[in-house]
Ligand binder design. Structure first.
Ligand code: FAD
Length: 492
């Protein structure tokens, strides 16, 4: 009986895809054809607030993958589920109607996704000939989430020990970085019935998720070309030109010094093993990525990838983080301000705080924001404006092409650290290039005045700029945030 691989929106590639490879191996062994399916669910995009950029990116990658699979004589069938609770019946009916005996998929660690998969798993055993088995594979990380434990056998949550343990694990077991090949070609005569599967049309973004206009679509697509080949080209160019200096340049948003691979990781267009195998090559074949053994650029980049690994473990082991709750539940007791004007000005990049405004304008234009800015704009929203951090978290989902629940919820995890956007800008954008690029009102402001024009220019000079005065005072609002957090969290 036929074998099915079920793609979801985090494993959109045929190269080094663990579940797809297992499906292909079984199909080959049992001389059965391999079929692939994807359930398109517009309500799922709405539920997560997925951005037009990410929705389009997913649809485009699905189309490219269908073409690649077709060359291997493997059909990719698109099923439809208009509501979220129709996903399970859609896939289960397809499995039963077509008599698949074995189904393969990669784990997704968010609670709703796990529940969905458990329901499919439960539907498998059946007295009739329609029984099927479903196997789930770990694919998103090098080290399986849930396996890095503390001395007390609890899943690690703190980065430094996790990082140390991760480096040791990979060094002692470099086989973790091995990739698996793309699936084998289906035998020539995929029988009559299956032929119709090849006619399936890839989904297009639902109406409310479409780009505003053609120029936006073109811009985003040229910034983020879809497909595995594009991802590999980006990886190679990063490893060739940028990784060496990454440790020193990564925090400067004016330098194009990071990999910009996040969209590809989030949709699974590029695997983490393929990535780290390439890094290993650049590291003279060594799987020791510690600071002392690899160049500081390599060690520093791998460290970021380890954050990504940890955050998948966090989602799995503290599932409330995927349920709109902070990891530190005390933050759920904070009374937030209902400040619509503050929120709107944050979103529009018109707060009168150059570094924060620049970040918010970048995200609108590129569906992406540099990490240093993500840290600053989030802190400004929930500390200085005291607006519920979940509004910002949602806005990021609605805007970013690289939205990833694990990284986004952990990035937005509230804390007492209040970033000072003026000193942050002076340190990380020392020439003010990033600010001048994204806030054109300030493009002619010279020297250090660009970091804080309201306080550093004369009244007349400032008024000529057409740029707003700061919406709130940073020092006062910092104090207000600390007091609010202390008092509201005290009794939690
Ligand atoms: P590089 O610097 O080249 O890093 C390589 C890869 O490592 C990234 O592609 C990413 O997969 C991973 N990575 C880097 N930094 C982090 C980090 N701090 N945490 C976890 N993984 C990291 N990242 C997302 O992928 N999706 C999100 O939705 C997201 N939301 C965020 C929200 C906030 C408030 C913050 C502070 C950070 C968020 N990040 C998110 C993490 C980080 O900002 C981005 O991964 C990074 O900016 C992507 O750019 P890059 O690919 O050039 O990164």
């Amino acid at each position: 009986r036929n074998v099915l691989h079920w793609f979801r929106s985090k494993d959109l590639r045929i190269h080094d895809n663990q579940a797809l490879h297992a499906a292909s191996s079984l199909a080959k062994e049992s001389k059965a054809p391999l079929i692939c399916a994807y359930v398109n669910c517009p309500a799922e995009f709405r539920w997560h607030g997925t951005s037009p950029a990410r929705t389009d990116f997913i649809c485009e990658n699905l189309g490219l993958m269908q073409t690649e699979l077709k060359q291997l004589n493997i059909p990719l069938v698109f099923l439809e589920a208009s509501e979220r609770d129709e996903i399970v019946p859609a896939i289960v009916d397809f499995i039963r109607e077509n008599g698949f005996s074995h189904v393969f998929a990669n784990y997704e660690y968010e609670i709703d996704e796990l529940r969905r998969d458990i329901n499919v798993l439960k539907a498998g055993p059946d007295d009739s000939s329609k029984a099927f088995q479903i196997s789930f594979h770990h694919d998103q990380t090098v080290v399986e989430p849930g396996t890095m434990l503390t001395d007390n056998n609890k899943p690690m949550k703190i980065f430094t020990p996790y990082h140390r343990a991760w480096l040791a694990e990979v060094k002692s077991n470099p086989g973790l970085l091995d990739t698996v090949p793309a699936p084998s070609k289906n035998p020539g005569d995929v029988s009559g019935e299956l032929k119709s599967f090849f006619d399936s049309k890839p989904p297009t973004p639902p109406k409310e998720k479409q780009f505003k206009d053609e120029s936006e679509r073109k811009r985003i697509r040229s910034l983020w070309p879809a497909g595995h080949d594009a991802a590999v080209a980006r990886l190679n160019s990063f490893l060739g030109d940028k990784i060496e200096d990454y440790a020193t340049t990564r925090s400067n948003p004016a330098k194009d010094s990071t990999s910009r691979l996040s969209a590809y990781f989030a949709a699974g267009v590029l695997s983490i093993r393929e990535t780290l195998s390439a890094v290993r090559k650049a590291n003279k074949g060594s799987a020791d990525f510690s600071q002392s053994s690899s160049g500081s650029g390599i060690a520093s980049w791998v460290r970021e990838l380890v954050f990504r690994e940890l955050y998948r473990q966090t989602t799995l082991t503290t599932p409330h983080t995927a349920m709109n709750l902070p990891q530190n539940l005390k933050f759920d007791f904070v009374h937030w301000e209902d400040d619509q004007e503050g929120y709107d000005r944050w979103e529009q990049g018109t707060l009168g705080v150059p570094f924060v405004d620049a970040g918010m304008r970048q995200i609108k234009h590129e569906a992406y924001m540099h990490n240093r800015l993500r840290m600053n704009v989030s802190s400004y929203l929930y500390c200085n404006l005291l607006i519920d951090y979940r509004r910002g978290e949602r806005y990021f989902a609605e805007t970013l092409i690289d939205w990833d629940l694990n990284n986004n919820t952990q990035g937005w995890e509230p804390s007492y650290t209040v970033f000072n956007p003026v000193s942050q800008a002076e340190k990380n954008d020392p020439e003010g290039e990033y600010i001048r690029k994204w806030v054109p009102e300030l493009k002619d402001v010279e020297g250090k005045a660009v970091f804080d024009p309201y306080h550093r220019l004369s009244k007349e000079e400032f008024e000529k700029l057409g740029y707003p005065a700061p919406y709130v005072d940073w020092h006062e609002t910092k104090q207000r945030a600390i007091e609010r957090f202390k008092s509201d969290m005290k009794d939690a």
